[in-house]
Design a protein around this ligand. Structure first.
Ligand code: C2E
Ligand code: CA
Ligand code: CA
Length: 607
């Protein structure tokens, strides 16, 4: 209201002061005197004036040129003013035309009728000329204001629709951002779930709607990320997305679920074999190292597969089961796939139980080092022991590391467990040395995760100081694959270990990917021949496999060799013949507790 009023005043003054001649007024009156008087007065005021003496003339005049205002008599010979007004107002162009009635009729009924037919105002005759002027000016100003409001409204509407368009665009972009993973450009989890939902509903209505969901998780991505920084990690994920997207068809969907987890929805497949085939191809593509910023990185993935079927109600259930299968794949050695089966469901629960249980066990110190002798094959005496983790569980008894270490690695608990085993092993070794067995070595396993923790060196220093052991008495075992995750960082840490005189052994040698070049750049003292090679040996020369090669490498590089997994006399004899210096295996002894190990040393047994 206030704005309108201000606008009106503003426009009224403009109209009158600046363009007083612009307004065109039509006077309709059959009384010529009135016509003359009004016309001369309005002309004097600078208005353009036209005159009509009958209703018909008035209608024609308006039709030929629309005036800005009409002064209209009511009582006329042909048409009454009311009729003229009604007809004018029925024409679209004249809807806003201000019409002021001038009449000697001035009962309330007449006035009401004047407004009912569309009149803007009513002046009684005989009129005061000042009053006519004031009302004319007022209605012209109102009309101008009305026009201005209309044009402002039009502009406003244009602005609003422009803004609406902008908002729609913005909303669209936002929707897009909500649907995609910004790092890889792949669809994200929520979009993926929508797609699985669609596949699920289609499968319920169509017989050929078989589909499968694959979830894959990079093994050891965290290690790479921690060691090389998340920028390199990000770049690696982007590089990973490319070959994966090449493996799927147009109808399929590849998503990044978050972190290092990817998922694929395979639509319209024939059976699970087709999905397994895709999993196989992914594994073989990723078995190649990524050459990347001067590093050679192996990003093995573990894949979980689930076949869509009508017993599923929600897409999340499929993702959950694919996830369970994926964890299963991880647990059974990385770089593999597993197809979900309902039996795994129970296992998943067990996994979760173990995870909670691990935390409790750490607090209660339920992890025990067991010891397996390492025998000097030349003398047949015990040269040292390998410390192997066992979980002395109050309910389930002694649990081997294969059942809890993978979960401990995923949860990061491996570092604490590893430290506990190292402490026990060093204290035990110190006991034996004090008893006089001063030549014994202790072999301790290190996981990739421990190897990427700078605190490792501090912990080892602390344990050595505590036990007063010479650093040369312990040998750390590292697998090839955990070493080459991040060669540069590993070399740094290994060099620090070497400076302290701590020896290094490469575990499961021959199964990984390390090249001789890499081996040369590392301060390694010992190679442990993987038990897969040992167990091939059956006394015939055809079965020696890589063993002589490994022995040759060790000799050239001045390293010791331990053959793992010796179970038969035949294997022992053949290894001796090949010149292997040390051996370990069930033939000599299984891993045993500290007390039994002590008896073994004291027994002075020779193999
Ligand atoms: P590994 O380091 O290769 O340890 C040797 C494994 O081979 C042990 O299994 C041992 O019991 C088994 N073994 C020894 N001799 C024979 C044999 O003659 N025949 C057969 N079939 N097996 C033999 P275990 O104790 O179950 O340990 C499995 C793996 O768990 C170890 O493999 C090691 O990678 C890991 N591990 C064990 N303790 C620790 C630990 O304290 N820290 C870390 N990071 N890893 C550990
Ligand atoms: Ca080992
Ligand atoms: Ca081994």
């Amino acid at each position: 209201m206030c704005i309108n009023k201000a606008l009106t005043q503003n426009i009224a003054s403009e109209q009158v002061l600046e363009q007083p001649s612009a307004a065109d007024i039509l006077i309709v009156d059959d009384t010529l005197e009135n016509l003359k008087l009004l016309s001369s007065m309005l002309t004097e005021q600078g208005y353009n004036v036209r005159k009509a003496t009958t209703g018909q003339m008035a209608l024609k005049a308006v039709q030929s040129l629309l005036p800005d205002l009409v002064l209209l008599d009511i009582m006329m010979p042909d048409l009454t003013g009311f009729e003229v007004c009604k007809q004018l107002k029925s024409q679209p162009q004249a809807v806003d035309l201000p019409i002021i009635f001038l009449s000697a009729l001035d009962t309330p009924v007449d006035k009401v009728q004047a407004f009912e037919v569309g009149g803007s105002d009513y002046i009684s005759k005989p009129f005061q000329i000042e009053e006519v002027l004031v009302r004319v000016n007022h209605h012209l100003a109102l009309k101008a204001a009305h026009q201005e409001i209309c044009s402002l409204n039009a502009k406003l509407e244009a602005r609003v629709s422009e803004r609406t368009q902008q908002l729609t665009n913005a909303h669209h972009r936002l929707r897009e951002a909500e649907a995609y993973d910004p790092l890889t450009g792949l669809i994200n989890r929520s979009t993926f779930i929508q797609q699985v939902d669609i596949a699920l509903s289609l499968s319920k209505t169509r017989t050929n709607g078989v589909f499968a969901v694959l979830i894959m998780d990079c093994d050891r991505f965290k290690v790479i990320n921690d060691a090389l920084g998340h920028l390199v990690g990000d770049e690696l994920l982007q590089n990973l997305a490319k070959p994966l997207s090449r493996l799927i068809r147009q109808n399929d969907h590849l998503a990044r679920l978050g972190g290092d987890e990817f998922a694929i929805l395979l639509n319209e497949i024939n059976d699970i074999d087709q999905a397994v085939n895709v999993a196989d191809r992914i594994l073989s593509v990723l078995a190649q190292p990524f050459c990347f910023r001067g590093y050679e990185i192996f990003v093995n993935v573990s894949i979980g597969l689930v076949l869509g079927n009508t017993s599923y109600d929600h897409p999340e259930q499929l993702l959950r089961d694919a996830d369970i299968a994926m964890y299963r794949a991880k647990a059974s050695g990385r770089g593999q796939y597993q197809v979900f089966s309902s039996a795994m469901d129970g296992e998943a629960h067990r996994r979760l139980e173990i995870e909670t249980d691990l935390h409790r066990a750490l607090k209660l110190k339920e992890f025990r080092a067991h010891f397996q002798p390492i025998v000097d094959l030349a003398t047949g005496t015990i040269a040292g022991f390998e410390a192997l983790a066992r979980w002395q569980h109050p309910k389930h008894g002694l649990i081997p590391p294969g059942e809890f270490l993978p979960i401990a690695e995923e949860t990061g608990l491996i570092c604490e467990i590893g430290r506990s085993i190292m402490e026990q092993a060093c204290h035990q070794l110190q006991n034996w040395r004090q008893e006089g067995f001063s030549a014994l070595m202790m072999y301790v396993n290190l996981s990739a995760q421990e190897l990427s923790q700078p605190i490792l060196i501090e912990e080892i220093d602390r344990i050595l100081a505590e036990t007063q052991l010479p650093s040369s008495a312990i040998k750390l075992e590292i697998t090839e694959s955990s070493m080459i995750q991040d060669l540069q960082t590993t070399i740094l840490i290994l060099n620090q270990l070497q400076e302290r005189g701590i020896q290094l052994s490469i575990d499961d040698f021959g199964t990984g990917y390390s090249s001789l070049g890499q081996l040369q750049s590392l301060p390694v003292n010992t190679l442990k021949i993987d038990r897969a090679f040992t167990q091939q040996l059956d006394g015939t020369p055809e079965t020696v496999g890589l063993v002589p090669v490994i022995l040759g490498i060790a000799q050239v590089m001045d390293m010791d060799v331990v053959a793992e997994g010796i179970e038969t006399e035949q294997q022992l004899a053949q290894l001796r013949e090949l010149g292997c210096r040390y051996g370990q295996g069930f033939l000599f002894s299984r891993p045993v507790d500290a007390q039994t190990a002590t008896q073994l040393i004291r027994s002075d047994n020779r193999w």
